[in-house]
Write a protein that binds this ligand. Sequence first.
Ligand code: SP5
Ligand code: ZN
Length: 351
Amino acid sequence: MLTPVVWSPETRRHLPRHEVWVGVPTPGTEVPERVDVILDALAGHPLQEAAPHDDTVLERIHDGALLGFLRTAADKWAAAPYEELVGQDRVVPYFFPTAALLAGMEPSPPAALHARAGQFCYDTMTLLGPGTWQAARAAVDVALTAVDLLAAGAPSAYALCRPPGHHVTPLGYGGSCYLNNAAVAAEALRDAGHERVAVVDVDAHHGNGTQAVFWERPDVLYGSLHVDPAAGWFPHLFGHAGETGSGAGAGATRNLPLAEGTGDGPWVEAVADLADWVADAGCTALVVSLGVDAAGDDPESPLQVTAEGFREAGRELGGLGLPSVLVQEGGYHLATMGGLVAAFLAGHADP
Ligand code: SP5
Ligand code: ZN
């Protein structure tokens, strides 16, 4: 039985153009072709286009100020003179209201759009242009449609979300992400009657956004394995083993940072560890943040996982027997990433 695939052609509309890294524009890696290589690799799976959903769940995950900014920023940028001044047609922040700048004072809202961007965007690699909002919002519909399939009786569904989402906090976006698709899916599963939902994040990077959304909540567990931020990797500040949640959410977050170069054995072992944790916690539904950038040939991480590793990870999580929404996150090696997704789905469907 092949896992149903939910997608939307709208998700192709985000064209990142560049990532500005250490001040230098490098070609964007989170490209629309990612959608097509995944669709090609999953040919034969039942395919369903996303249905429109309203903002009810999305507005519980993200602050209205972030949603308002993302919805309107591209049009406002195009109406301002940035293109004629410097040839920049994408929204790029350059000024950031860090705690160091504020020094305890309450700032006034910045008048300039180019200063406003840094209130929400926390890095310089996540450019926003015409079509970005439409693609990100479509990805949320993809995730919510996958949740609907579970409610209709499907044991699991794959949400081909693009752009990805796990780096987006309630108020901040970055890491090639604009809206947190996996967090929206988990919240929708709570609405569907699941008292306790788990998010297991196998993307090569820590999902700081999803962790932030559920940090103080006992009803949505967040567990992640990822390349160790202490070795210098994005998202730099978060993803250490000592981060386990706070307040009512104390103990409902788990982080398993892995050394650079980690391959299948210990990587799958970490997935199995998180699967046991989810089972012991009595979760009744699962969201997998399914990034495939832990692969050996992926340009964005130093982990060394193979297709067989992804199949084994799928088996470990499929073995939980929980209704599952598998949400696409990262994965940037166009020649192999589709096959890695297919391998995970095959393992998950046949543990
Ligand atoms: C969803 C996801 O996988 N986001 C990961 C974003 C991490 N990007 C960190 C990039 C660090 C610098 N990369 C230099 C490559 C230039 N193209
Ligand atoms: Zn990643």
